[in-house]
Design a protein around this ligand. Structure first.
Ligand SMILES: [Cu+2]
Length: 337
């Protein structure tokens, strides 16, 4: 993992006496501070979908800059995006159920934006108010509900701010864990880009009319069409794999499916209390999330290549197809999906 995190002890007495408290399960009080200017998620050769565990710090502070950035939304297709943290999607924000979450959003872009946490129970008119250029907002909430949540800009027209790239995933791990031990965890954010070339050789420009007609140019996983075809997610034979799938939309459902596997657990909204089993495909609505688990056992979905798709195939053909490489199969990526 290449992510840098800073865990800062704030209650020095607790830290100083921690040595005397060996055997006591209660950790020293700490605040974890993550600055999305310093923890930029790698996007080359593909957006890094791998996830590290949440830290045990019960208070987590995040500084989230809003900034314009040029990103690649398909091979050799640059796009002038509006972002949280400089990438599309922005970095993953991961906490544990019951954590206090402190948010500071700094608007470094030339127009008003805002932020909306689906994981929060909070007055929207206060926390999600417009943030003017050079202004910032700070608020806090307790992550009461486990799940896979969308975070996005909510400034009107919201469809424009979403199609421009203003979203990221937030994961809230259940207090008592997920009930299984995953060998690998991945985040997958599905979204749509609506863009067209207004003159030959020019970069793509936002196409608001196509967005209103729900006719995307690209439908993508983690911000770039087809990026996990050339750069598969890699797991080992026998691994239990947990996918956190969040659908940023702005308009379409994601019908998440892995070709050649079944999900032995699906948690709609990412809440284990909603557990389903034996699932082939499960829809994630625009503005929703879900957790999917499957195992790649040797005598079942063993060594090989597996496509993950939205099974709404007109959308898959616009970019929402990726590959999972299980083990080191001899034949590589010859499948048609
Ligand atoms: Cu915005």
């Amino acid at each position: 993992m290449r992510f840098v995190k800073f865990v800062v002890p704030v209650v020095m007495i607790a830290a100083a006496t921690a040595g005397a408290a060996i055997g006591n399960a209660k950790p020293a009080a700490t605040v974890e501070r993550i600055d999305f200017d310093k923890t930029v998620r790698p996007t080359t050769p593909a957006y890094d979908a791998r996830l590290a565990p949440a830290s045990p710090a019960p208070v987590k502070e995040f500084r989230i800059p809003i900034k314009d950035a040029t990103v690649q939304i398909a091979d050799s297709v640059p796009y002038h995006a509006w972002t949280f943290g400089g990438t599309v999607p922005g970095p993953v924000l991961r906490v544990r159920q019951g954590d206090s979450v402190r948010i500071t959003v700094v608007n470094e872009a030339p127009m008003p934006h805002s932020i909306d946490f689906h994981a929060a129970r909070i007055p929207g008119n206060v926390a999600y108010r417009m943030i003017m250029p050079h202004d910032s907002i700070t608020f806090a909430f307790v992550a009461r509900d486990p799940g896979a949540f969308l975070v996005h800009c909510g400034t009107p027209p919201v469809v424009m701010h979403l199609m421009q790239g203003m979203y990221f995933a937030m994961i809230v791990d259940p207090k008592n864990g997920w009930g299984t031990t995953a060998d690998k965890e991945f985040v997958i954010v599905e979204s749509e880009f609506y863009a067209q070339r207004t003159s030959a050789g020019a970069d793509l420009q936002p196409d608001y009319a196509s967005a209103q007609n729900k006719q995307p140019t690209y439908v993508v996983f983690n911000g770039r069409a087809f990026q996990y075809k050339a750069n598969p997610l890699k797991v080992n034979v026998g691994d239990r794999v947990r996918f956190f799938v969040v659908n940023a939309g702005p308009n379409l459902d994601s019908d998440f499916h892995v070709v050649g596997a079944l999900f032995d657990r699906v948690y709609p909204d990412g809440n284990p209390a909603h557990a389903l089993d034996g699932v082939q495909t499960y829809p994630v609505p625009a503005g929703g999330g879900a957790v999917f688990e499957t195992t790649f056992k040797a005598n079942e979905s063993g060594e090989g290549i597996y496509a993950f798709v939205t099974h709404s195939f007109a959308d898959a053909e616009k970019g929402a197809v990726g590959m999972i490489q299980v083990g080191t199969p001899r034949q590589y990526a010859t499948m048609a999906h």
